[in-house]
Design a protein around this ligand. Structure first.
Ligand SMILES: *Cc1c(COP(=O)(O)O)cnc(C)c1O
Length: 230
């Protein structure tokens, strides 16, 4: 079941890459396994998945301990400062940095652990009131401030687009995130790269890939519906 679902998503990514003249190698599928039991992650792992997305620190850390060492966990959910210390060293990428105070805490805990933590800046590109993420206008100044930190490295941008029935409606937001990345890149800020665009979910990952996503975060289409509203 999970294996078959993965085949469908992988083919969808291939199709979107072909359509837009992109290389499939440049797109990483992150299987969003939040609220799903460890058996489901193991099944996905058996089917070749190495990148998993979780949105709660405790759940990520628990699953980290139960999965093979080459599993890569991505923190994709809103992150509270007091939880950062549990996460450092157990995540390959924090997708959800949207304020300076959080980045300061990641800097402090990373320095303490002697590691450099890769992060993405989460941008509320559609300007939805209910969503986390910095505004498009604040992104550049936030990137500049965080670029000063030795133990935090900005690798790109992330956004959560609105939930839509028709994925075409979100194309504009993916284009806008990519353009913002290009604008930031053109400022040549030390210690900052814009190589990762984490955008696209079950409802719109194909359009996101067409518009330059290098990571798509897909949950429902792989693992089925979650029994929660979170
Ligand atoms: C849950 C979640 C996803 C996956 O959503 P689906 O619609 O189930 O594919 C992707 N990104 C983030 C940040 C999430 O919280």
């Amino acid at each position: 079941m999970i294996k078959d679902n993965l085949e469908v998503i992988r083919q969808g990514i291939v199709d979107s890459c072909n359509k837009s003249g992109r290389d499939t190698k440049d797109v990483t599928l992150i299987a969003v396994s939040k609220f799903k039991p460890i058996e489901d992650l193991r099944e996905a792992y058996e089917a070749g998945v190495r990148d998993f997305g979780e949105n709660r620190v405790q759940e990520l850390v628990e699953k980290y301990d139960l999965m093979p060492r080459d599993t890569r966990f991505h923190m994709i959910g809103h992150l509270q400062k007091n939880k950062v210390k549990y996460l450092i060293g157990k995540t390959v990428l924090i997708h959800s940095v949207d304020n300076l105070e959080l980045a300061k805490t990641i800097q402090k805990e990373s320095a303490k652990a002697g590691v450099v933590t890769d992060v993405l800046i989460e941008v509320n590109i559609a300007g939805e009131e209910t969503k986390f993420g910095c505004t498009k206008d604040d992104a550049i100044s936030l990137v500049k401030e965080i670029s000063e930190f030795n133990n935090v490295r900005i690798r790109g941008l992330m956004t959560i687009a609105p939930y839509v029935e028709n994925d075409e409606e979100n194309r504009q937001h993916f284009v806008a995130l990519r353009q913002l990345g290009i604008d930031i890149e053109s400022q040549n800020i030390d210690n900052v790269s814009m190589e990762i665009f984490s955008m696209g979910m079950t409802c719109d990952y194909k359009v996101a890939v067409e518009e330059g996503a290098t990571m798509v975060r897909v949950g429902t289409a792989i693992f089925g519906e979650r029994n929660t509203n979170l």
